[in-house]
Design a protein around this ligand. Structure first.
Ligand SMILES: Nc1ncnc2c1ncn2[C@@H]1O[C@H](COP(=O)(O)OP(=O)(O)OP(=O)(O)O)[C@@H](O)[C@H]1O
Length: 300
């Protein structure tokens, strides 16, 4: 693996297999060990879901990868470069190649949506003209599925779902190769959450993104994640597709994926798949049967 950047052919993009490699990571806060000997490799072009019980260290892992949480041991490589102990100047070559949507959006409340999107542009490209910067911001706002007039609105004037999209627009400001999403569908209603999932998948496909996605949302895992990493016992205990994970014997995995909510998400996904083939009589029949809640069973 290694960084291969070709300056002669336009935009420089990572061509290795694993844009993120975490090895032997340890994070501790005083006596509290959050991660120990944690390994993880994220494949180029995948949406990797990251799950785990509350407090297992999903956000701390993300913060370690983006250099906001210096680990107590181990290494993190992004695009083939170790970001641990990297000098700020050295890190800049990497840090303008990822975008982050923090939990809650983390928008600057005194700036409009457009101005929020312009913040990273000003930071990393201080020489571009005001006009071009406004135009890029407007494009990113539209790309994130917001109406054009959202550019001039303040975060307080937006709904929860719109705030997430505004945060996404800012995360996309620098045309990143890597996108980090921390619980992007938390707090959204199911329709808003499904719309956000679709947007994430479309952006991944059209922009060729690699996505690191922390979530508790089983529908998101089933619908858009290529693989899922499970955090438990201070490390990543498994990384695989959802069906493969469901075969594992670990108690947390069983409870999470095969519990009532996990089964409901699975049924919803099966319904979606069948609806795509509704012209086939057998599919229409199966959808009718699956749509009915099973008598006497949990309805979670
Ligand atoms: N700056 C910090 N100082 C001390 N402890 C911290 C700090 N940041 C995180 N922790 C602790 O590290 C542990 C993991 O936190 P983290 O936020 O990564 O969990 P999480 O898996 O993302 O949880 P959730 O699903 O509830 O968001 C928690 O016990 C938390 O209290």
């Amino acid at each position: 693996m290694g960084e291969e950047r070709d300056t002669a052919t336009g935009p420089q993009r990572f061509r290795g297999d694993y844009p993120i490699v975490v090895e032997g990571l340890e994070n501790r806060f005083g006596d509290h060990v959050v991660h120990q000997d944690l390994d993880l490799k994220v494949r180029r072009g995948e949406i990797l879901g990251v799950v785990g019980g509350s407090g297992t260290g999903k956000s701390v892992l993300m913060r370690s990868i983006i250099g906001l949480q210096p680990p107590s041991a181990g290494d993190v490589q992004v695009f083939g470069k170790s970001i641990i102990d990297a000098e700020p100047d050295e890190a800049i070559g990497v840090r303008d190649r990822w975008g982050v949507l923090f939990q809650g959006g983390a928008l600057f409340s005194t700036l409009t949506v457009g101005e929020n999107v312009e913040v990273p542009l000003k930071q990393f490209y201080p020489d571009i003209s005001d006009e071009l910067r406004h135009e890029i911001a407007r494009y990113k706002v539209l790309l994130s599925g917001l109406p054009e007039d959202a550019v001039n609105k303040f975060p307080s004037e937006l709904s929860g779902g719109m705030k997430k999209r505004a945060g996404l627009a800012r995360a996309l400001a620098l045309d990143p190769e890597l996108l980090f999403l921390d619980e992007p569908t938390a707090g959204l209603d199911p329709i808003g959450a499904a719309a956000f999932d679709n947007l994430t998948r479309e952006l991944k496909e059209t922009l060729g993104l690699t996505v690191f996605l922390i979530t508790h949302d089983l529908d998101t895992l089933h619908e858009i994640c290529d693989r899922v990493a499970v955090l438990a016992d201070k490390r990543v205990i498994a990384v695989d597709t959802v069906p493969k994970l469901m075969e594992l014997d670990h108690p947390w995995i069983q409870e999470y994926f095969n519990g009532p909510r996990g089964r409901a998400a699975l049924t919803a996904q099966a319904l979606d798949e069948l609806r795509k083939h509704m012209d086939m009589p057998v599919a229409a029949h199966a959808v009718k049967a699956l749509d009915k809640p099973p008598a006497g069973k949990d309805k979670a």
